[in-house]
Design a protein around this ligand. Structure first.
Ligand SMILES: Cc1cc2nc3c(=O)[nH]c(=O)nc-3n(C[C@H](O)[C@H](O)[C@H](O)COP(=O)(O)OP(=O)(O)OC[C@H]3O[C@@H](n4cnc5c(N)ncnc54)[C@H](O)[C@@H]3O)c2cc1C
Length: 461
């Protein structure tokens, strides 16, 4: 007889939690998992998946316009927000079912309740008040949107959580923030016909991305008609006669039906009983972990967004797989957070992997910058003026490609493949001897033979 009810108890049924529970259970461990909202977590229910479905929906307007250049006459088109929401809901419910099925097929016990720690080995199931014990505990409770409690009228605003279930499509929206969630939603709402204003306190949107992509995307969004107000922030939001009155610091009053705050996410660690169990957090509430995702308590691990390392679904899943190796396969494995390929599903899209030009200039004494800006083939007949940008950064000493950045259609798909190349340590010479695939936009990546310019000690020469 074991001393505990379970070998493993997982708190949180999102990307990281479900993976930990399912794989541990499939290895024959006695596993339970608790989820307080819906299985699948942020990614499936109110993050990556519904977001991407919205992105697809919002692109049709331009597709219909572009069709004319290729000889098509498209009849009158209308958009039905409620139909989109219903279709999205059906899809995420399907995925939620698959997540639960995966868990039960592996023999993990599923609890639909909030769970909190009582001590290092005891978990309280809030809905029943029952306590259970486990040898090992994984905390994978994710994060939640920052609600900006200091903003007068913040309770009148929504976050990405509510944006997925709005009763009706607004006529005018103000989105606050300059990160990828703010930028993606600005493009989604604009594409669906909403008058969209983005307010961001920084100098340029998407602060940690390469400056060429940031500028290029800003220009493309502005050209479409999205109003972007940088160096600005909200002073207050109040109810007006017809919608909301938004007071900004530098651009006066704005009208909106909906104000969406997308100013970052905070770790979901409040009220979890962490203190009682001895689990330490940092000043932002993120659970502190070592290189193996182990918390300050030996038998408790934390992974995914609640640890505030890199807030992406594949990272949470990778951390879960490393936990399995470390805890159950006698193979201590540190999550690898280097060279993570990622995308911004803006319109045009961003795909990126490795260092930005600014970072490369700081880390390497001489950097070759290969840069191409061109009109993609489809735009020749559609008449769209949007330009693609492709950029490779190469360490001159080793010839290794240390950064690859794309702005334009399918950039996210390309970033996935470039991610393999950069992870494998490919050099610029490897790119040069790779045959182009013609005619594609991606062929530009292997046909930029001479550097556009260089950086010496961070300075452009
Ligand atoms: C709008 C949006 C778009 C995004 N787009 C992308 C994208 O395109 N690509 C990408 O890689 N990432 C994207 N992300 C980020 C991604 O969703 C997260 O990084 C990922 O979901 C983190 O996984 P996790 O397991 O750490 O937490 P989550 O998936 O957030 O899961 C945590 C779960 O724990 C539950 N929970 C919390 N507390 C308790 C408790 N005490 N008891 C029981 N259950 C609890 C929550 O209800 C939640 O279901 C997006 C996020 C948002 C908000």
């Amino acid at each position: 007889m074991t001393a505990y009810d379970y070998d493993l108890f997982v708190i949180g049924g999102g990307s990281g939690g479900v993976r930990s529970a399912r794989v541990a259970a499939a290895l024959g461990k006695k596993v339970a998992i608790a989820e307080e909202y819906r299985y699948g977590g942020t990614c499936v229910i109110r993050g990556c998946v519904p977001k991407k479905l919205f992105v697809y929906a919002s692109q049709y307007h331009e597709h219909f316009e572009d069709a004319a250049g290729f000889g098509w006459t498209v009849g009158e088109s209308t958009f039905d927000w409620k139909k989109l929401i219903a279709a999205k809901d059906a899809e995420i419910t399907r995925l939620e079912g698959l997540y639960k099925k995966g868990l039960s097929s592996a023999n993990a016990e599923i609890f639909e309740t909030r769970a909190e720690l009582v001590d290092a080995h005891t978990v309280r199931l809030v809905s029943s008040g029952k306590t259970v014990t486990a040898k090992t505990i994984v905390i994978a409770t994710g994060g939640e949107p920052n609600h900006h409690g200091a903003l007068p009228g913040h309770d009148l605003c929504i976050t990405s959580n509510e944006a997925f279930d709005l009763e009706a499509l607004p006529r005018k929206i103000v989105i606050v923030g300059g990160g990828y969630i703010a930028v993606e939603f600005a493009n989604v709402f604009h594409g669906l016909g909403v008058e969209t204003t983005l307010v961001y306190r920084g100098a340029e949107i998407l602060s940690r991305f390469d400056h060429d992509l940031r500028r290029g995307l800003h220009e493309a969004m502005a050209a479409k008609g999205i109003r972007i107000l940088c160096h600005d922030m909200l002073k207050s939001v109040a109810k007006g006669e017809d919608g909301l009155k938004v007071e900004t610091l530098n651009n006066g009053m704005l009208d909106a039906d909906v104000v969406m705050l997308a100013i970052g996410r905070v770790p979901n660690s409040h009220g979890l009983g962490l203190e009682a169990a001895g689990v330490r957090t940092n000043e932002h509430g993120a659970i502190i972990v070592d290189d193996y995702s182990r918390t300050s308590v030996d038998n408790i691990y934390a992974l995914g967004d609640v640890t505030d390392r890199v807030q992406l679904t594949p990272v949470a899943i990778h951390e879960a797989m490393c936990f399995i190796e470390t805890e159950y396969k006698n193979n201590p494995t540190k999550p690898d957070h280097e060279t993570i390929a990622t995308a911004v599903f803006s319109q045009p899209e961003i795909g990126t992997v490795g260092l930005s030009e600014e970072e490369a200039g700081k880390r390497y004494s001489e950097v070759e910058v290969y840069r191409a800006q061109f009109r993609p083939m489809k735009a020749t007949l559609s008449g769209r003026t949007e330009k693609m940008i492709m950029k490779l950064l190469v360490d001159a000493a080793s010839r290794k490609v240390i950064g690859a950045h794309i702005l334009g259609h399918d950039a996210g798909e390309m970033a996935q493949l470039l991610g393999i190349t950069l992870k494998a340590g490919s050099t610029k010479d490897d790119f040069d001897r790779t045959m182009a695939v013609h005619p594609t936009a991606a062929e530009e990546l292997v046909t930029m033979y001479a550097p556009s310019y260089r950086l010496r000690n961070g300075v452009r020469v």
